[in-house]
Ligand binder design. Structure first.
Ligand SMILES: C[S@@+](CC[C@H](N)C(=O)[O-])C[C@H]1O[C@@H](n2cnc3c(N)ncnc32)[C@H](O)[C@@H]1O
Length: 298
């Protein structure tokens, strides 16, 4: 694999804010659930001393390989830092069962710039690529969903996850098109969206439709609530949980889970924290980020 400059892979969003809320202690134990390019992992690592430990998870093996090179470690090797775990962060509680409680968990949800810009995954509507969108190499692809699910299910994905006002019309057009030939590429989907959505709304609609499909392919919202709840017992007293989301439904889930666990957590952010204007200017992909943080009470 071509060795990338770390910032070419992904620029870490709200880096200072994440470190502030994580309150990294030199000899603490931390989990980064979304390693990506290793931006936040690198920042946490820089604050750890000899006794500190950092477990960094990613479901995508390309992210794991990139960070093996970046940090000079092998995935799964627990003798060096950071400890790279090729796994969905859903399994964090299980993976950490024998490691004791942790002082902080960071989740930076969604996709990295690398995943978005490397067109072979089909995350972006801007390039022609297979309509895949999976973080891992298993399970149904985006094309499978469009070719196999019912019109109602497809409309629900676009409406629920994309909040797209044309969800039903786009789903109907997809079903018409697939009766002629199955969906294979991003261009196949783009060609259908442009038949339904007026030109001035196409870029926004295209982003919403592609994001909604990606969320469905990777089941990103379905298990988030239960997964977040499963992480709370992992935290040591005053242990921090910091979550950054890029989608209003995701942010709502984070907010509700923190609220529902108010007996165990104290909120560190009354309202979601957003990036400063200068960050949005230099890194436009940060613009929709919302950060919420809480600390374990007992
Ligand atoms: C926004 S990027 C993280 C970027 C990282 N914080 C950085 O600064 O480089 C999100 C990463 O999380 C991974 N990811 C998303 N959902 C995941 C999940 N449920 N389990 C494990 N990894 C996940 C993606 O593969 C992607 O690499």
């Amino acid at each position: 694999m071509h060795r990338l400059d770390p910032t070419e892979y992904h620029v870490p969003v709200m880096a200072q804010e994440c470190l502030h809320y994580l309150n990294v202690r030199a000899n603490g134990t931390y989990c980064d659930g979304t390693l990506g390019g290793g931006g936040h992992t690198g920042l946490i690592l820089a604050q750890l001393g000899e006794g500190g430990r950092l477990f960094s998870f990613d479901a995508d093996e390309v992210a794991i390989h990139h960070c093996e090179q970046r940090f000079g470690v092998k995935a799964g090797d627990r003798s060096k830092q950071p400890i790279l775990i090729h796994s969905n962060f859903e399994h964090m509680a299980e993976v950490m069962r024998t490691e004791g409680r942790v002082d902080g968990i960071l989740l930076d949800l969604g996709v990295s710039s690398y995943q978005f810009d490397h067109h072979e995954r089909g995350f972006s509507y801007r390039a022609d690529a297979p309509l895949d969108m999976r973080f891992t190499a298993s399970g149904p692809t985006a094309a499978d969903i469009l070719n196999e699910r019912s019109e109602q299910e497809i409309a629900k994905i676009f409406y629920d996850y994309g909040e797209d006002p044309q969800a039903r019309r786009i789903a109907a057009a997809i079903v018409n098109r697939r009766n002629l030939a199955p969906f294979r590429t991003t261009i196949d989907l783009r060609n259908v969206v442009v038949t339904v959505v007026p030109p001035q709304h196409q870029p926004r609609s295209m982003s919403r439709i592609f994001q909604a499909l990606r969320i469905a392919v990777n089941n990103e919202l379905v298990r988030l609530e239960a997964t977040l709840a499963s992480m709370i017992p992992l935290l040591a007293p005053d242990g921090r949980i910091v979550v950054m989301s890029y989608h209003s439904l995701e942010d709502r889930i984070v907010k509700n889970v923190f609220r529902d666990h108010s007996a165990e957590l104290t909120l560190l952010t009354k309202k979601a924290v957003e990036p400063q204007p200068h960050e949005v200017q230099t890194n436009p992909r940060s613009r929709s980020a919302k950060l919420r943080a809480a600390a374990r009470l007992l």
